[in-house]
Structure formats: structure tokens, C-alpha cells
Design a protein around this ligand. Structure first.
Ligand code: IMP
Length: 431
């Protein structure tokens, strides 16, 4: 069972790119299963910073084959620009494979994403504006255009015409926009087709064969559990399923191939966009966390909302993903606080619960119940082994492990590769 899944346990931006970096040496293949260029991975390798939105961050390692799986929505122009930027930085992208089943983000998806947000006004989701939601809704409505359609210009034109027969009147009559011209769109997309053709593959079959040969495959999650369309803070979620079930569906791989499910958690909590965040802070404490953690979105440059760690969320993520390990990132950001609160439960209309609430109304009414931990007040960014962390920092990590019920097997104390502290804990008993 050489499969490892990496999932975000909070609202995204937990540092999945860094976790990939840690695991990359042992991997042969890194695959993305869902989402699109709404994700943002920043990875520092040998002092150089690489930013990726759509391409799996495993591409930075010459021995790794990267795969964009069936469940991803692909903006082909963005993909080609990202590949060109990587090539310009000296990274070979030759081995990237693109699933023939992946859906394409079309120009009307991007337009509708922005228009829908504008029309929602105060109720907007705060999307990344990349057309992700409309691309997934067209996929489910069976009006999607897939990567494989690029292989047949006649079919592509037919499909685009059908979609535009349905979509153009909506754009013109409801949103007062100009209609799209099918032939112009096909002409544009055929230029992408030429460039992408050699990469188009049956990625599920490729992964199946590789797993049979004992190759190590890392399934690199994008977004996170609390942004999952089924299990997250709906409707303030993304339009795909970043939990483990969605990762399997998005790659065409069965559960018996998976040995390890690693959850990534920031040592505190952040979120971009709208929606509930039970441990959210406002004022100086929020500002202190935001500044110490440089909490600006990789993708949109938006300021992230900040709060203390929420272990109700971690227990929930452990449950819906079946986590075997937890990686805790950005522990160093907490070094400037005297005392560090952690939410262990919620108080909702006078009742205390340790479980994620049943309804959205309850989530909105949830007030965190905190347990306070001693701060360590010293710079830990130079620490190179877990045992050398200050006692209070180790107690904090061990409390996360106890409260989440998942062994913490790695702790990150800075952006560099060497700032990773591995912990040997017995693998059994995670859940
Ligand atoms: P969409 O995915 O662009 O439709 O945005 C839906 C919600 O998910 C918004 O609140 C976004 O800010 C959030 N979101 C999408 N991708 C990411 C990510 O990679 N990190 C953090 N938040 C994200």
C-alpha cells in the first residue's frame, strides 16, 4: 500500500507544499486530485522560493512524476503559464501528466464567478475569482468541457456551442454581458490543445500500474477539510471535496492503496474569505498573529483571518479523513505569546460540546471554550531536534496530539527545509 494522502485539516493554507517537500525524497509520484488554480503552494528549496497554483509541488524534484488528476479543474492558459515560469526557473516540467477526464475552466466560468460574487453582495463567499465554482457546477450539470475534448476540435466546437446556447442568454439577459463566440473560444483553446497534447493521459491507469510496481505515490490535497463542499462550513466552502474520499474519487484510486493519511494543521487557525471561524480573533491579538505568521494569501494577496488553534476542528478532520498522522506547521509563530489558548470545545446557547455542531446556525453561535497553555517566549527557529524545543513548546505539541487523538509526527518551526522536526511516535492508535 504505497499511497500517502496529505490533507488540510483547517481552512487551507496550512503548509501542504512544505509537507510535500518533507516527503518528496521518498516519493516517485505526486498527484493532485481536486481544486484548480484557487490553491497556492509556496515551497522553498535550496533558498529559492517557488509558487505554484495548479501544478503539484512535487514538480520541483527531478525524480518525481507529477499528475493532475481527474477531479481537478484546469485553466489551460494558467497551466501553460505556470509551466513556462517553472521552466524559466530551471525546473523541468517534462514529466507532468494531465488527466483526460479533468474538466477545463472556460472563459464563461471566470466571468460568472466574478458576477455571482458581485450579485451576492454582502452574502458573497469571497471566492478566489478563478472560475472554480462555475466549472464544478457545469461539470455536475453535465455541461462541462473536458481535457479530452481538446483532442477533437469538431467535438470541442459542438460541445462549446451547446453550452453557449444555454449560457449566453443568461450572461446577456441576466447579467447584461456580451455573449461568447463559440468559434473564437475554440480557436483559443486549440492553441492550448497543441501544447498540452503530449501530457494528456489516463492518469488513473497510470497510478494503478505505478502502485502495482510498488512506486510511492503522494496525493497532495488542495484546500482543506473545512472548505469541503460536503463536510466544510457550507456554503462558505470551495466546490470540490478536499477530504480523503474526494482525493480517491478525484484520482480514480481505491482506498486499499492508501497506507498513510497525513493531516496538516497550523499551530493556530487562519481562513481567507467569508464564513464562520469559531476561534477568530479581532484587534491586537489578531494583528500580532497575522504579522508574526505573515498571513497573506499566496493566491490573492488577501489578508487571512486569524484565530487560536481549534481542536474541535482537528478532531473532526481526524474523523472524516481517518488521519494516521498530524504535521503541525508554524509553531514558531506562537513564540511571542505569554499564554496560548486552545479551543477544546464550543459553548452553544449555554451547552458545551466537544463535537463539530450539527447545523450551520449552531456553528455561527459557537463560542470557543479555551484551555490555556504556557508560552515559551524564545526563538525556536534555529532548533533542529524535537527534544531541543523548550519544554512549554513540547507540552503544546503534545496537547495537540492528545486533544486531536492523532500522533504528531512532524513539527515545522520556520519556512526552510531544515526547520522541520521529526517525531518518532508509535504509528498505531491514531484513531
Ligand atoms: P473558490 O474555491 O475560489 O470557489 O473559493 C471558495 C472559498 O474557498 C473561498 O473562501 C476561498 O478563499 C477559499 N479557498 C479556495 N482555495 C483556497 C486555498 O487554497 N486556501 C485557502 N482558502 C481557499
Amino acid at each position: 500500500m504505497p499511497g500517502t494522502i496529505l490533507v488540510g485539516t483547517q481552512w487551507g493554507d496550512e503548509g501542504k507544499g512544505k509537507a510535500t517537500d518533507l516527503l518528496a525524497d521518498k516519493m516517485d509520484i505526486v498527484v493532485r486530485a481536486q481544486g484548480g488554480n484557487n490553491a497556492g503552494h509556496t515551497v522553498m528549496v535550496a533558498g529559492r522560493t517557488f509558487k505554484m497554483n495548479l501544478v503539484p509541488s512535487g514538480i520541483l524534484y527531478p525524480h518525481i512524476t507529477t499528475v493532475i488528476g481527474d477531479g481537478v479543474v484546469v485553466d489551460p492558459g494558467v497551466l501553460l503559464a505556470e509551466l513556462a515560469a517553472l521552466e524559466a526557473q530551471g525546473v523541468s516540467t517534462a514529466k507532468l501528466k494531465l488527466s483526460a477526464n479533468a474538466h477545463l475552466i472556460m472563459p464563461w466560468h471566470k466571468e460568472r464567478d466574478k458576477l455571482a460574487e458581485r450579485y451576492l453582495g454582502r452574502n458573497r463567499i469571497g471566492t478566489t475569482g478563478r472560475g472554480i465554482g462555475p466549472a464544478y457546477s457545469d461539470k455536475v450539470a453535465r455541461l462541462g468541457i473536458r481535457v479530452q475534448d481538446l483532442l477533437d476540435p469538431k467535438i470541442l466546437l459542438q460541445k462549446v456551442e451547446v453550452v453557449l446556447r444555454e449560457r449566453n442568454p443568461l450572461l446577456a439577459k441576466v447579467y447584461n454581458r456580451l455573449p461568447f463566440d463559440a468559434e473564437a473560444v475554440v480557436e483559443e483553446y486549440m492553441t492550448y490543445a497543441e501544447a498540452l497534447r503530449p501530457r494528456i493521459a489516463d492518469s488513473s491507469l497510470f497510478l494503478w500500474k505505478a502502485l502495482r510496481e510498488g512506486k510511492q505515490v503522494l496525493f497532495e490535497g488542495a484546500q482543506a477539510t473545512m472548505l469541503d463542499v460536503d463536510h466544510g462550513t457550507y456554503p462558505f466552502v470551495t466546490s470540490s471535496s478536499p477530504v480523503v474520499g474526494g482525493v480517491l474519487a478525484g484520482t480514480g484510486v481505491g482506498p486499499r492503496e492508501i497506507e498513510r493519511v497525513i493531516g496538516i494543521a497550523k499551530a493556530y487557525t487562519t481562513r481567507v474569505g467569508s464564513g464562520p471561524l469559531p476561534t477568530e480573533l479581532h484587534g491586537p491579538e489578531a494583528e500580532a498573529l497575522r504579522t508574526a505568521g505573515a498571513e497573506l494569501g499566496t493566491m490573492t494577496g488577501r489578508q487571512r483571518r486569524c484565530g487560536w488553534l481549534d481542536t474541535v476542528v482537528l478532531r473532526y478532520a481526524a474523523r472524516v479523513n481517518g488521519l494516521t498522522d498530524l504535521f503541525v506547521t508554524k509553531l514558531d509563530v506562537l513564540s511571542s505569546f505569554d499564554r496560548i489558548p486552545v479551543a477544546t470545545a464550543y459553548r452553544i446557547d449555554g451547552e458545551v460540546t466537544e463535537d463539530w455542531p450539527l447545523t450551520q446556525t449552531e456553528v455561527h453561535h459557537a463560542e470557543p471554550v479555551h484551555e490555556w497553555f504556557e508560552g515559551w517566549r524564545e526563538d525556536i527557529t534555529g532548533v533542529t531536534s524535537y527534544a531541543d524545543l523548550p519544554r512549554a513548546a513540547r507540552s503544546y505539541v503534545e496537547a495537540i496530539e492528545k486533544l486531536s487523538g492523532v500522533p504528531v509526527t512532524a513539527v515545522f518551526v520556520g519556512p526552510g527545509r531544515e526547520q522541520t522536526l521529526l517525531r518518532e511516535t508509535p504509528r498505531a492508535g491514531g484513531h
